[in-house]
Design a protein around this ligand. Sequence first.
Ligand SMILES: [Zn+2]
Length: 293
Amino acid sequence: MTNPISKFAVRLHQAVIEPALVLALRRSRLRRFDMTAGDVAEYPVEWHRPQDCRAPCPLHTDKVPKLLRRYAGQRPHSSTWSERTRLTPMLIAMDRLGDAAAFDALLKQRSSRTLSKIRKAERAGYGARQFMLASHVEDMHAVRTSMAFRAAGPVFDRWFLKPEHIDTPATERLTVGPPCCPVHWTIWWGIFLPEPGHRQNGVEVGERLVAYVKVMRIGDVVHYTEIMGHRDRLADSVMMLLHYRIVRWLIAQDEPAAKGAKVLLYGAAEHGGAGLLTWKKRAGFVPGRLRLA
Ligand SMILES: [Zn+2]
C-alpha cells in the first residue's frame, strides 16, 4: 500500500524526529489542555485479550505490536530517556466515557459548534459506514491525491500513488462482513455521498467515497491510522462526522467488534501543528499515558 520512499520517510521520522518533537513540544501541547505532565492520566491496556481473541486472528503474539511500542510504556511511569521521549497519545477513554449523551456533552463542552456542524453534514447527505477497500479504490485514490500537504506533513502519494497500489479493485459488489477476531482487526470506515450511477472499476456503487479512516483494534486499544478527506469536502465537516459515527458505534457496542474497547487513540499531542491539535481537542481527545498491563 505504501511506496518505499514514503516508508523510509516514515521510519526516519519516527526514529529521529519524533523524540526531538516530544522533548520540544510536550509541555506547550499539554498547556493547550491546561495540563502539566503531572496531570496526565495513565491507562493500563491489554493487547492480547486471549479470552476474547478468536481464530483466525491476524495478530502475531510473539512481540508487542509496533504501535504500542511507540505509544505505550512497559512499566509504571518513570523518568527514563525512553519515557521522556515517548509520544503523548491522544485518547478518548471509552470505558470511562459513558453513553452517547455523555459523548455529545463532551463535544459541546469542547466547542459549542461541533454538534451543529455534524448535523449539517448529515442534512447535506453525507453518511458514515464501514466499507470494503476493494470496492472504492478509485475514489480513495482521488481522496489521497487531492492535497499535496496535510496536517501530518507532505503527502508523498500525490506524486507516486497509483490506484492499483491501493488494492486490487473489486469486479462485483461486495458486502462488509464482521472481522474474524472481534478484538484484533482492521475496519475501513468512510463518508459517502449518494451519487446515482457512480461506478468504481465498472461496478455501479451509486455513492462516492469522500473521506475515510483505517481503524484498527489491538485488544483494548482502537486507533485511527490513515485518516483523510477529499480537499473539496473538508469544509463540510466530513472528518468530524466520520469520527462522531465511529465513537457512537463503539459506545453502542451492538457489534462484537465494538465491544469492550477501552481507549480510542488518534496519534500524539506532539503530531502536526496547532490546527490538528485543535481538531483533536474538539473531537473529545485528551493527552494520556498508556501502560501495557
Ligand atoms: Zn485476536
